[in-house]
Write a protein that binds this ligand. Structure first.
Ligand code: SAH
Length: 344
């Protein structure tokens, strides 16, 4: 089977091109066609010889997705359900959000997810496979083409656990970072994890300036294990140790995600435990009103409670903000569209 050309970072692509008997600078030209011009066939690479275009076509593939569904929210958020056009006709979701500082894309990293968080829409659906680097990047390229925008920020908060697909995610970031291509700096890329501790250490040692988000959701092991089975493998103490290492190594602030569920993790005692856990850390807390999934047991906290929770954290010196709910009218949250589509 032909390998997708968008799986190669620039150094790897140079090696590939050399093996075809061509000069390595050709790789830079190809890179520009792929990521700046966003072309969809090798024949469009008009500054390459016909012979090289033919060789590329014979040896490599270029993926494209089919837009299966697209929803536009009144707040400008656009949610895409893509058919990745593989053998299984797998579907993934990506979301385009518009902020005053530019466009952010929320990308998926896997077909489904193995983590089994109880509040998440991907739970209960069979895990498919890891996405290739090319498929992670393709989400961005398809959206830039369709919405006619230039994306400036990426968050790995779509379907899947990015640190469970570590190599492909890292390579996609290397490609996305490259100034000769998409040129999106690591500072504009966030990776969100349910807390795979060994991979957090590995990420810390990469020397990459990505923002790390930790899906914490509770500072109590019993409660967190109920919400997130991964906590039985890597309990809170180990997770926090890994976060401290990440901060020390990268000098970057960590963002802790905390989805507030009514009568579960949203009372003042929970806030107190959270303060104790994070006090003194270079951290920020992102409070998310939980999105109730179909048949799920967790429901959204009241606005009043959410504000109280935030104010308590802020009063105790922990920076906390409430995440704006974008696109809730279009099922933009957390795998809900894919789930809905699979039920049909
Ligand atoms: N697997 C990664 C990234 C994908 S989920 C992770 O766990 O971080 C992205 C974020 O959405 C995580 O913080 C996750 O906990 C949160 N999330 C998932 N389902 C949700 C729901 N129904 N309501 C609110 N947040 C949810």
């Amino acid at each position: 089977m032909k390998k997708n050309i968008k799986n190669y970072n620039l150094d790897e692509l140079k090696e590939e091109i050399k093996s075809l008997g061509e000069k390595p600078y050709r790789a830079e030209q190809i890179f520009k066609w792929l990521y700046v011009d966003n072309i969809s066939s090798f024949s469009e690479m008009t500054n390459l010889s016909l012979d090289l275009r033919k060789k590329l076509d014979e040896n490599y593939s270029l993926n494209s997705f089919k837009i299966e569904k697209k929803f536009k929210s009144i707040d400008g958020t656009i949610k895409y359900l893509f058919n990745v056009q593989d053998e299984e006709q797998n579907m993934i979701e990506s979301v385009l959000m518009s902020y005053h500082h530019g466009y952010t894309i929320c990308v998926s990293s896997q077909i489904g997810c193995k983590m089994g968080c109880k509040f998440c829409a991907s739970t209960g659906i069979k895990f498919g496979r890891n996405l290739e680097s090319s498929e992670i990047i393709q989400q961005l390229l398809e959206i830039e083409k369709d919405a006619k925008v230039k994306i400036s920020n990426i968050v790995f908060m779509g379907i899947g656990e990015p640190l469970d697909n570590y190599e492909n995610v890292m390579n996609s970031i290397r490609i996305i970072n490259n100034p000769k291509g998409l040129n999106i700096g690591a500072r504009h890329i966030s990776i969100s994890t349910s807390g795979i501790v060994p991979k957090i250490y590995q990420l810390a040692n990469e020397n990459m300036q990505c923002t790390l988000s930790i899906s914490l959701h509770s500072s109590n092991n019993k409660k967190r294990s109920e919400m997130m089975p991964i906590n039985d493998v890597y309990p809170i103490e180990e997770l926090i140790k890994a976060c401290e290492y990440y901060i020390k190594k990268t000098n970057k602030r960590i963002s802790f995600e905390y989805a507030l569920a009514k009568d579960n993790n949203d009372n003042l005692n929970d806030a107190k435990d959270l303060v104790k856990l994070l006090k003194g850390m270079l951290a920020h807390v992102n409070l998310i009103p939980i999105n109730k999934i179909k048949d799920g047991k967790y429901t959204k906290s009241s606005n009043e409670n959410i504000i109280k929770f935030r104010d308590y954290l802020n009063d105790c010196g922990i920076v906390a903000t409430i995440r704006r709910e974008l696109g809730s009218d279009i099922n933009a949250a957390c795998g809900q569209l894919r789930r809905q589509n699979m039920r049909k």
